[in-house]
Design a binder for this molecule. Structure first.
Ligand SMILES: [Zn+2]
Length: 474
């Protein structure tokens, strides 16, 4: 029984198969050089070579290793002799039993491929640990679930698997938090007072995520000078105790904007298995509202900045947006005891025929829509109309079209801010004016009333405005 490292690499071994066919040494050498050149270019041939080696074919990056080998990069030939090899193999984690089995089987050739880079990547180590932990969890969970027997129905199957996946996801977050915390582990960190805060102990933190409540341990540092404590991981994550994650906050805010908070809480629980109180949803929704308000305040300031306005005015005509639409409306909403008008506005473009997936070519869909709203008087709402329009380049649009109902405040604002805009009262609201006139002139639901209404409607649709006006005046 003899064990030794032999000098042949997988590439030489592969090329060896061709030597018999080539015959003379010179051609063989040229052939070898050409193949190495091809490999250096990263050819598919590396996969073929790797496939010849039981070891390389078992790994995912076998072909890459062959390329490195050909380039003489990281795969270096060992200078170990047989005696020392066993020692090193044991040291590097190959079980002594395996080594002795190799010996007993009379293995004479060992190609040992190892990562000789001593400065290993912490990210790589981390992902390996995470993958190992998760694999272990999946195994344990699967055993537990399988132990409970086959689900009786597809619903039971879905519920069971869904719970398992959520649990796994929560554990994954926990592991990652642990890894991040571990990476931020100096014995001392600077304190705001100028002194140093010293690592004291691990303390538990709780995070509400879309996978549920997750508790994690993070390092706590205390300054002996000013007695101020700090958690570097919390700072890194932007986390404040008791807060929900931004992802969950955005879900809660969305639900809170669509539904009463209590109903939103029930919906999140039913659909996503997320338990959030009515209050948490309210807070998340209000926080999003605050963010929108801050954004709008910035826009207002920008849209009233003279320098910024001048710069846009100097833009060449063809650089300005083509047609843009605006719309405004009001709706009554309860605010405590009284009802107030919520004013809503939107900006949008019309999809061109080729953008449109709709088969109805007469009514191309509105795209690229932005909304804004406020419960306020028209005058103040006008600032928002201007500020949001400024973001959409409404003041610079080659054609600006407003479509809205006939409310006076709407057209006053449009005339004030966008005097050149095309003003269109939307079709359904325009029709609303026709019926009362018809009723007054010809009596309610009479044949004459109906006939007049149909004629005016048809004239209006056909764009015969003179005839419409004449009918109204008559
Ligand atoms: Zn301090």
């Amino acid at each position: 029984m003899r064990q030794e490292m032999i000098g042949q690499d997988p590439l030489a071994e592969y090329l060896g198969h061709f030597e018999r066919l080539i015959g003379d040494k010179r051609t063989s050498k040229t052939f070898g050089a050409i193949v190495r050149g091809i490999i250096n270019a990263g050819s598919l041939i590396c996969q073929r070579i790797a496939a010849h080696s039981p070891l390389l074919s078992a790994t995912k990056d076998g072909a890459q290793r062959v390329i490195r080998l050909a380039r003489g990069e990281s795969t270096k030939r060992s200078d170990l002799d047989a005696e020392h090899l066993v020692e090193v193999l044991c040291e590097r984690g190959v079980h002594a039993k395996v080594v002795s089995e190799l010996r007993e089987e009379g293995i004479s050739c060992v190609i040992w491929i190892t990562d000789t880079n001593t400065r290993r990547s912490p990210m790589k180590d981390c992902s390996t640990r995470v993958a190992e932990s998760l694999a272990q969890m999946v195994r344990e969970q699967a055993h537990e679930i399988v132990g409970q027997g086959t689900p009786a129905s597809i619903s039971e199957m879905e519920v069971t698997i869904c719970q398992a996946v959520r649990q796994l996801a929560a554990q994954w977050v926990e592991i990652w938090l642990g890894e991040m915390g571990g990476a931020l582990a100096p014995p001392e960190i600077p304190c705001t007072c100028g002194d140093q805060a010293v690592y004291t102990r691990l303390r538990e933190g709780v995070l509400m995520t879309i996978f549920g409540r997750i508790s994690f341990k993070r390092r706590y540092y205390l300054c002996s000078q000013c007695h101020q404590g700090q958690y570097p991981l919390d700072t890194e994550l932007g986390y404040k105790p008791g807060e929900i994650t931004p992802q969950l906050a955005s879900m809660a805010g969305w639900v809170g904007a669509e539904l009463p908070f209590q109903r939103g809480s029930e919906l999140l629980e039913a659909l996503c298995g997320i338990t959030l109180s009515e209050n948490t949803i309210r807070e998340a929704t209000q926080r999003i509202g605050d963010e929108v308000r801050e954004q709008e305040a910035e826009w207002k300031a920008e849209s009233q900045d003279v320098a910024s306005l001048r710069k846009r005015d100097s833009l060449p005509q063809d650089g300005k947006p083509a047609r843009l639409y605006g719309s405004l409306d009001g709706v009554l909403v309860p605010e405590g005891e009284r009802w107030r008008e919520l004013k809503i506005g939107s900006w949008y473009r019309e999809a061109r025929a080729r953008d449109s997936t709709s088969s109805d070519q007469d009514t191309p869909p509105a795209i690229d829509i932005t909304y804004y709203c406020d419960i306020t008087e028209a005058e103040e709402f006008g600032q928002l109309l201007w500020a949001t329009g400024y973001q959409r380049w409404a003041d610079q649009a080659q054609e600006l079209v407003f479509v809205a109902d006939a409310a006076v405040w709407i057209w006053n604002l449009v005339s004030d801010y966008y005097p050149n805009a095309v003003q269109i009262v939307d079709w359904y609201h325009a029709l609303e004016y026709i019926t009362p006139i018809a009723n007054v002139a010809f009596g309610e639901n009479t044949a004459e009333s109906k006939a007049w209404r149909e004629q005016v409607t048809s004239d209006l649709w056909g764009g015969h405005f003179d005839q419409v006006l004449a009918a109204f005046q008559a």
